[in-house]
Design a protein around this ligand. Structure first.
Ligand SMILES: [Zn+2]
Length: 389
């Protein structure tokens, strides 16, 4: 409350100043500032810690005319920034209701009110205002950007595509990656609804829009696998992993499955060995250890794990080593290894393994759009899962 008081006092003073200036200009004698009874009433409410009534008084005192619009806007803005959205809405609504506003001032007030509604989570109302702004051709860029946020929240991907194209045409900035994700979303929705050919069409558009979109490539590979075309699955995903190793942990299981379906375990082993060397910690070592066990038995796998733990230690690898050794060891060693297991499992579970490169948001699963900063393709698995140093 103390803080609000400090904030409102200069506003009150400014209100008096603005009102005085505006009155002086119009040479309309009106008592303002310290002699205005409304000013005193407002101040009184402030001192009595009744900020709502104080604001009403100051807003009432501050006549809306072309000179004071900026003050109203600044006041509303101030409240929104402080998270007091209801007050911001009241001020901006009050402003819009005045017929004295110029076209530009009204547009500015609409933009502010739209942002208040966004902040309050009133997306339907915000959408109407931003659409109105778009029609009036004023503040079109922020209006479109806000509309894009709304349509993304509503998962209206077709509308997102249209808005993205409008933004591209007025700013000249290409939004290829984002548009590719919208096409991927449409492809997934079509696939879920059993409309396979429509899904394929959206996927083609996703790739045509942005050839390097990992998600689109991954989906295409999964579509190929669903049709039994594992050769294509492996080819597409190996290319994807080559171009963007950050997503190797995401695509690796499908690559492994593709090789297995093709019955080419030796080729898989060669490929995994290359990956483990080029990208330690991305998960290839673990799959390789399992494959060594499958082909050569537990002793060979244990030797392999010890080697890799020495050169590239990681918690998942350590966990697998313990699992393997508990089965081979006896008596006291087994009991010792078994006591280690839950601790390592907890260390593994505790760690959020995905992180947004843009804002640092941490997650346990992959999100293509960051839930925090709403950027696309910025969340990646942290390359190496290491125990704390
Ligand atoms: Zn983020």
């Amino acid at each position: 409350m103390q803080e609000l008081l400090l904030l409102l006092l200069p506003v009150a003073a400014a209100s008096g100043w603005w009102a005085a200036r505006s009155s002086a200009r119009k040479e309309k004698k009106k008592y303002v500032g310290e002699t205005d009874p409304v000013y005193f009433r407002g101040l009184n409410h402030l001192l009595n810690e009744e900020p709502d009534k104080a604001i009403d008084a100051f807003v009432e005192m501050l006549e809306v005319d072309s000179d004071t619009v900026e003050t109203h806007l600044a006041l509303g803005n101030l409240f929104r920034r402080r998270g007091e959205v209801e007050r911001a809405i009241r001020i901006h609504q009050n402003l819009i209701a005045r017929p004295a506003l110029t076209r530009d001032q009204r547009a500015q007030a609409l933009l502010e009110l739209g942002q208040d509604y966004m902040r309050a989570g009133l997306f339907d109302r915000a959408e109407n205002l931003f659409r109105e702004l778009r029609e009036t051709k004023l503040h079109v860029k922020p209006a479109l950007k806000n509309l894009l946020v709304i349509y993304e929240k509503e998962r209206d991907w077709q509308a997102c595509l249209e808005i993205a194209e409008q933004i591209e045409s007025i700013t000249g900035d290409k939004m290829l990656l984002q548009k590719s994700h919208y096409h991927c979303e449409l492809a997934l929705a079509a696939k879920l609804a059993g409309r396979v050919s429509e899904a394929q069409t959206h996927l083609k558009r996703a790739l045509n829009t942005y050839r390097g979109c990992v998600r689109a490539n991954h989906l295409q590979a999964q579509f190929a696998a669903a049709q039994g075309d594992y050769r294509s699955t492996v080819k597409i995903l190996r290319q994807t992993a080559d171009q963007n190793a950050d997503y190797l942990p995401e695509v690796l299981p499908d690559i492994v499955n593709g090789y297995r379906q093709l019955g080419e375990l030796n080729d898989l082993r060669t490929y995994l060995a290359e990956l483990a060397k080029a990208h330690p910690g991305a998960g290839a070592e673990l799959v390789l250890a399992d494959l060594v066990k499958e082909q050569e038995g537990e002793d060979a796998a244990a030797t392999f794990l010890v080697e890799h733990l020495t050169t590239a230690p990681s918690l998942p690898l350590l966990m697998r080593g313990i699992e393997l050794n508990s089965r081979m060891a006896d008596g006291q060693s087994v009991r010792f290894l078994e006591t280690l297991r839950p601790h390592i499992k907890r260390l593994l579970d505790d760690k959020p393994v995905y992180q947004c490169a843009q804002c640092g948001f941490a997650a346990k699963t992959l999100h293509w759009q960051c839930p925090s900063c709403r950027s696309w393709s910025t969340i990646k698995r942290r390359a190496v899962i290491e125990p704390e140093a």
